[in-house]
Write a protein that binds this ligand. Sequence first.
Ligand code: T1G
Length: 693
Amino acid sequence: MTIHYELHDDIAVLAADNPPVNALGHAVRLGLQDGITRAQADGAKAVVIYGRGRTWFAGADIREFGKPLQEPSLPDLCNLIEASTIPVIAAMHGTALGGGLEVALGCHYRVAVPTAKMGLPEVHLGLIPGAGGTQRLPRVIGSEQAIALITSGRPIDAAKALELGVIDKVEAGDPLELGLDYARNLIAQGAQTRPISKMPAPKLIDFEGAKAGVAKKARGQISPVVAVDAVQNASTLPFDQGLAEERRLFLELIETDQRQGMIHAFFSERQVRKLPELDGITPRNLASIGVIGGGTMGAGIATAALLAGLCVVLIEMTDAGAAAAKDRIAGNLSGALKRGKIDQAKHDAILNEALRCATDYEALSQTDLIIEAVFEDMDIKKQVFAKLDQVAKPGAILASNTSYLDLDEIAASTSRPADVIGLHFFSPAHVMKLLEVVVGAQTAPDVVATGFALGKRLGKTSVRSGVCDGFIGNRMMFTYRSCADHMVLDGASPYQIDRVLEKFGFAMGLFAVSDLAGLDIGWANRKRLAPLRDPQERVPTYADKICEKGDYGQKTGRGYYIYEGRSKVENPDVMQLVEAERTELGITPRAFSDAEILRRYMAAMVNEAAKIVGEGIARRPLDVDMVSLMGYGFPRFHGGPLKWADMQGLPELLADIQSFAQEDAFFWQPAPLLVQLVAEGRTFDDLNKEAAQ
Ligand code: T1G
């Protein structure tokens, strides 16, 4: 039973009971429909709806999307609630999201506990509110506020909802009691129903202007732009027509790849933390951590841990280095203070009590987990781990923040390789969501479980990776970067490639991102790999020549682009270096269409990703998708490179790779897994489903 019907004197109560989040699946909708009808038949004077468990309805049941619709639909249910002849009160707690808020807007009165949050996040699923939200909300808060809430998908808290008039009362306590009290008062006052659909249409605003602003921010995502059209209808059409239009637009979006991509991202974000190998494994205790190295990465990691309530001991080589590290952390914390993430008291407590900066490794002797974030050099890392092996307590976890290097080789420099793990953070480490948890050949299961527990504590999306050069993310990046370099040598320009990627939905193109990260990092990595390179491999040198000029990107003001203030312009030196290299190699440049650039770039990415899954470096395709979304800016509405590949069609992608291999058989070796899936008519999603069984 997902909806319990109770009579409290002359008040009917509908209690939702569909854990974990009271999703408005078919059974819940049926239960509400029956409950509203029965209450009126029972002669109740009012109805209170509330949610048992941790929350009011957190929306439609996302698992039902794409499946045949079962009546009553959610918009019909909201209309039925609104048409009730007796007042219906929504008593909310937890997260009233999407269809959950729309049900509340179908009710006549809304009350909430102070901790409740509410919003319409449908755009994050590639959709728009589809149960009256685009028609009822603007009538209550106006079109501008409604557009802001719906196109951002961001929830508001109860205080803000009260201020905007979305709810009528905020009071601490049990939501059921709150609802019953409110109903009793209404009955005592002889209050009537109050259908929002009967409220006047919201006044017209500059919808075209609003739409243009939303489209700019959406960077190719469809649903936020469609949402503006739907809200506009609330001002220009009668309610029922506006509702019908909302439904038409909603059902159109259901059929889009973007909806599939974003729902894949939603569930993958939750699935990625479930690893069967960790079932029943208890993580080790985590109260304090140590960080070796107080540079940008070390200071960011320390900040993330401090903000999550952990004590941190940070080690630097010198007192000056330790002081500089403390300043970097203080800088990060003042940012968190400005953004209201922490208050002054917490800020001061962190800097004065939770953080200790030192130069003596002995200071780490009691910490539970130590993360090394020193220069990306194997010898230096081995020296650090050998010292850690001496001072760390038994059972302490020794972690490396290496971005590329062989974790097993690092672990072998200690007497406790089972306690060694890779925790690969992304810069800035206190902001970026992704954490690659790199599992070595000897890493103990409870050490892996502790890595994931730390990730959860820091609010990260943790993804398991095996050991290979660059793990999941950097290994893929190395390949699609090489593909881009090859296209540049053959006739494309870095700037055309960046424009194509931004049109595809990336916030920044590949070369602009390299400038942001610092060209010297890629250069150091190319130097490291040079002795290991296969002579068959095409290795363009123009990127090295840019660095040899001392141009490292944003940090030097010049890289692929020239940075003056907030503007950036193409750096003419780059194409001169490219043309010189083409001449030297006897290459006659040719034109590349935007479509071809995208096909090659994505083929390279997907092919490498398929190798990574095929080799077991990534457990499932969704792991790769999560790495790309959370750490490499891959547009969420495409779902990730492997979800995107499934939607494009794997046979077409394989055919592309096989045709590109005519030019460069060494670079374009089709991934065995991709060949197998195509031969078997299967997809990457099939692998995700099998892994979840
Ligand atoms: N449908 C189905 N399952 C859901 C769900 C939903 N709406 N929300 C959560 N779950 C599952 C989730 O997969 C996980 O499962 C478990 O519940 C706990 O979630 C017509 C079109 C509510 C803030 O977008 O944002 O209404 O992994 O791990 O971190 O206009 O879940 O345990 O098997 O995320 O505490 C709009 C989506 C739908 C809200 C709780 N609603 N959910 O966060 O727990 S579209 C949303 C969330 C809609 C109408 C339209 C969060 C949460 P499992 P969790 P959490």
